[in-house]
Design a protein around this ligand. Sequence first.
Ligand code: AMP
Length: 270
Amino acid sequence: MDDVQNVVVMGKSGAGKQPRVDFLIRRFNLKQLSTGDIFRHYLGLFKEFAYAGDLAAFYDSAANDFIPDAAIMEQLGIIGRPGADDIVLGLKATYYVNQGLFVPDRITNALFESAFRAMDFRGAVIDGFPRTREQAEFLLNLMQREGVKLDAVLLVENEDELIINRTLGRRICKSCGELFHMEFRPPPHERQNECLKKCDIVQRSDDNLESLKKRLSEFRTKTRPAIDYLREQGTPFFPVPGNLPNYSKEAVEASVCEVMGLAPSGAASI
Ligand code: AMP
């Protein structure tokens, strides 16, 4: 397969998806489409709003949903303000993401579709989506409707224990997205390149033990059925180890090439 249109990378939060995504981007000249990044954009918009109250106040547990958007806007005092819809979306995303809960399918599917449409439904390494069976059905239907294909699903496998150790030490550059680890790859003190001069090293707001355990449990109950569904539908599926004995960029590339049946270098063919 040399004309690769779209690839999905799945795996538990913290399994090691990003280095595999980076390789697929380089190898097939694709662009990353990450639902986690989309939600973090909305988290940022809500953070700028600097709301200090308890978000649970906007959630109606009896209805198992948020109170109506107009009521949220009224309580925040943003009715009629430009960008009010995005602030509300940011509030909802913050509520779910920081607890380690999956954002509901209705919100996630709509945001995913709009970002995928902006890419004309082609050329994506789709990362972090689908995470539920409903999202998997939505994705395959959308691709069928738009006449594009899903060439492969790469499933990055890793043990919960290893993920917990890796994730709690994880740091990220807010400017360029580069990942560091306090023990294995500490962020540099002296900035070297253009981005690093402005580099802003932060810990993700959801990288704490409680939230991570919840994310791992969400994966078990909700993402496993999505994986089963994609397999049943005959999507080419490639499990790859997230943890390598001698970790390096080359070792990551070699392991992905091996499972996908790609030549280690040169022309792309699956
Ligand atoms: P990630 O960066 O992929 O680990 O995503 C961070 C968080 O964003 C997740 O823990 C979820 O709260 C939310 N999220 C990302 N992608 C999805 C998705 N496909 N479905 C539901 N929630 C998602």
